[in-house]
Ligand binder design. Structure first.
Ligand code: NDP
Ligand code: MG
Length: 384
């Protein structure tokens, strides 16, 4: 029996992970966390007979403690850390959204606990340090992001020196094919309608701006130790090919399947076994055609900004990520236009040049400063 701790249990990935666990007799859930949604968290704890939960928001934690007698409620960022280091578990699934996921990533890997990582922001913000930590403690880091799960599986059978390129596929989001001018009037509602994946709000906006693919390029760089020149992005609107690798003998290998996050979640939680997931087999004849196009970095500058920040290294990806989180929040709140998102990120990067990151303790101050600067720029960029 493998004991799984789920962080971000009330979200899109967290809920699908609980579905995977319910269908699998070899997996059991031993702890859950959320930020504020204490009622849903308590419901999940009862359903999965979990005796320990954590809520990042102390007010929500207090409400949960008052109304739930089935177990212990830990509170705040410290409570989340305690849940990770004190719960007897075999693997942690980090499905928290945003750079708030970095602390729990570091806590799990630092304890030598295997980590199924959906929270790509952990690697964007602290990639070099996170990978060094995993190497130091011997904990396995298994990606949940569908493209990276695909690459992880494709790379598993390759020897060093045979892989020329990683190719990440991107759906292109709801505004694929639109020009920069057309994107000026985009509404929040339109941006939240993703053509192929159902996901949480933040990543859905990241997919619409192509920032999600930018974050994923940085994620791939760290996970697989691949130079940026050897990571390509191709737009593939059907989201059937999850990623590809190009090899030195002219072969290209691809990972295919219908878009359903339970597949990479199940892969990460069961690794190295592969268990049943209730999905119909891929019907290539029904699909008929798979199409590909180049990403438009002029209409969607977030991809370009993320790639440049990744190449600059040090604190640049952390600054870029913090500015993006602020800008996306502002867009969702009606305070910033869709095109204002890359503008706020670019301005923040301009005023905070890349510094080397030698230790995790340097990260929070940079993250805070970038958020404060980005908030100032949100106030200066017109809403429409
Ligand atoms: P959701 O917004 O659906 O869920 C986020 C979860 O994190 C919720 O449980 C939320 O709790 C919790 N949370 C939010 N803020 C904090 C915080 N500050 N501290 C602790 N917990 C917090 O996100 P998704 O499930 O869509 O995404 C999660 C991660 O997985 C992201 O990094 C995303 O990029 C990545 N990912 C998601 C995919 C998807 O299909 N959804 C695909 C690939 C990667 P509460 O409900 O209380 O707010
Ligand atoms: Mg992805």
């Amino acid at each position: 029996m493998r004991k799984v701790l789920i962080l971000g249990a009330t979200g899109s990935i967290g809920s699908q992970a609980l579905d995977v666990i319910e269908r699998n007799n070899d997996l059991m859930c031993v702890g859950l966390s959320a930020a504020t949604d204490w009622e849903r968290l308590v419901e999940l704890a009862e359903r999965h007979r979990v005796e320990r939960v954590a809520l990042a928001d102390p007010y929500a934690a207090a409400k949960a403690s008052e109304s739930w007698e089935g177990g212990e409620v830990l509170s705040g960022a410290e409570g989340l850390m305690r849940l990770v280091v004190e719960t007897d578990c075999d693997i942690v699934l980090n499905a928290i959204v945003g750079s708030a996921g970095l602390g729990p990533t570091v806590a799990a890997l630092g304890e030598g606990i295997d980590l199924a990582l959906a929270n790509k922001e952990s690697l964007v913000v602290g990639g070099d340090l996170v990978m060094q930590l995993a190497e130091g403690t011997g904990a396995h880091l298994i990606p949940v992001d569908s493209e990276h799960s695909a690459l992880y599986q494709l790379l598993a059978s390759e020897r060093p020196g045979t892989v020329d390129k990683l190719v990440l596929t991107a759906s292109g989001g709801p505004f694929r094919g639109q020009s920069r001018d057309q994107l000026g009037e985009v509404s929040v509602e339109q941006a939240l309608k993703h053509p192929t994946w159902e996901m949480g709000g933040k990543i859905t906006i990241d997919s619409a701006t192509l920032m999600n693919k930018g974050l994923e390029v940085i994620e791939a760089h760290h996970l697989f130790g691949t130079e940026y020149d050897a990571i390509d992005v191709v737009v593939h609107p059907q989201s059937i090919i999850h990623s590809l690798i190009q090899l030195n003998d002219g072969s290209t290998l691809a990972h295919l399947g219908y878009p359903d996050m339970r597949v990479p979640i199940s892969y990460a939680l069961n690794h190295p076994s592969r268990e049943d997931v209730p999905l119909r087999p891929l019907d290539l004849v029904e699909l008929g055609a798979l199409t590909f196009e180049a990403p438009d970095r002029d209409a969607f500058p977030c991809l370009r900004l993320a790639e440049a920040a990744g190449r600059a290294g040090g604190s640049a990806p952390c600054v870029m990520n913090a500015a993006n989180e602020v800008a996306v929040q502002a867009f969702l709140g009606g305070e910033l236009s869709f095109l204002g998102i890359p503008e706020v990120i670019e301005r923040t990067l301009e005023v905070m040049p890349a510094d080397p990151f030698g230790h995790f303790s340097q990260i929070p101050a940079v993250d805070d400063e970038a958020r404060a600067k980005a908030r100032e720029f949100v106030g200066q960029v017109p809403v429409r």
